[in-house]
Design a protein around this ligand. Structure first.
Ligand SMILES: [Zn+2]
Length: 362
């Protein structure tokens, strides 16, 4: 996968090969899965509890596997293959290995969550590889991607500017209003945008201009409150500039990662058993479709260090780091961690009860 990176929704080779390996290990497989061409699902065992191991395998344009999905997708697969023979000896319990494409774009975990795939799971989990620190309580921000389009009236920008209604003024004032709003939202909110269309030529008053924004907040409830303020900004700006404004979501909406202390404590223990020391978690920075999964069942996405160097995700350097002998060693350890955590679910009904209780009380 590392040497043959495939973009989101195009991961045909990776998904086919992973699904084939599950089929060879006597998983009951479905591919494509849930009407998503590059998703798959391998299922083994019978009855409850249900444990889902999630695999990612999409790459980034230009830099390939700069987020390491090739590596941690393989951890999931290896954990599934290792658990396979044990599943037949369990009196009850079903293991699902689910291939979830396009995390970097239209995250399939959003679609699968909405279809109710995770509603019956006792625990869904995956590991995300990380540079020089490991930690368990991963947090992410709720996020909406919204494009605002302002429309006005063209005019000669020098000859008769008074005839024009300037859509670019709408966009510029909108950025300014968002910057003013920034002072009056709670800590943890992130609002960042680009001008996606700004006019055709300096001598034409633009009649069409647009801006694409990501809005993020620590939880969906507060994000929805912030968005109401944002929409008022857009409407006010349109009034002030005599333009019209429309907006629409341009990517799937992500929810925040719902914490599950009981599941995280178990996972901290598994990291320790496997000799991996953890650091305090840095808190939420970005957003992930794993957040959507965590709204439907107890979910975990710990971060596992694969190098001693500090290397940011989404760089050519990280794409390099996931191919080293050290990274391959961490692939095995990551699979062991997922395998042990799954077994804890299958063998400890009290643990399953505790994480479910916490999930329902959130
Ligand atoms: Zn990633």
């Amino acid at each position: 996968m590392a040497s043959h990176p495939e973009l989101g929704e195009q991961e045909f080779e990776a998904s086919r090969k992973m699904n084939d390996l599950l089929a060879q290990a006597h998983f009951e497989t479905e591919y494509p899965y849930s009407d998503i061409p590059t998703a798959f699902c391998g299922k083994k065992g019978k009855g409850t509890p249900h444990v889902a191991l999630l695999a990612e395998y999409d790459a980034l344009p230009e830099i390939g596997h700069g987020c390491g999905h090739c590596l941690h997708g393989s951890m999931t697969l290896l954990a599934g293959l290792a658990l396979s023979p044990l599943m037949s000896s369990l009196s009850t319990g079903t293991l699902f290995v689910i291939g979830t494409p396009a995390e970097e774009t239209n995250g399939a975990k959003v679609t699968l969550s909405e279809k109710g795939i995770f509603d019956s799971m006792d625990l869904a989990m995956m590991i995300h590889c990380n540079d020089n620190v490991s930690y368990v309580p991963y947090r992410s921000l709720a996020m909406d991607a919204i494009e605002f389009t302002f429309t006005g009236q063209t005019a000669h920008a020098a000859g008769a500017p008074w005839e024009g209604r300037n859509a670019l003024n709408g966009v510029q004032l909108f950025f300014h209003s968002i910057d003013m709003l920034r002072q009056h939202v709670k800590p943890g909110v992130r609002m960042h945008g680009i001008v996606s269309k700004g006019g055709e030529a300096p001598n034409i008053v633009p009649d069409l201009a647009s801006a694409k924004f990501y809005f993020r907040a620590p939880d969906r409830k507060y994000l929805d409150i912030v968005l109401q303020k944002v929409f008022k900004c857009a409407q006010g700006v349109a009034l002030a500039t005599e333009t019209e404004v429309e907006w629409k979501n341009v990517e799937f909406s992500f929810h925040e990662m719902r914490p599950n202390k009981a599941a995280e404590d178990m996972m901290e223990g598994v990291f320790a058993e496997c000799g991996i020391s953890t650091t305090p978690a840095p808190g939420a920075g970005g957003s992930s479709d794993m957040g959507n999964v965590s709204q439907h069942c107890p979910a975990l996405q710990p971060l596992l260090s694969i190098t001693d160097m500090q290397i940011p995700h989404h760089t050519r350097e990280f794409a390099q780091a996931v191919t080293t002998p050290r990274a391959k060693e961490m692939l095995k350890i990551g699979a062991q961690i997922l395998g042990r955590a799954a077994l804890r679910c299958f063998t400890d009904p009290l643990f399953c009860e505790a994480i479910k209780k916490e999930f329902l009380s959130y």
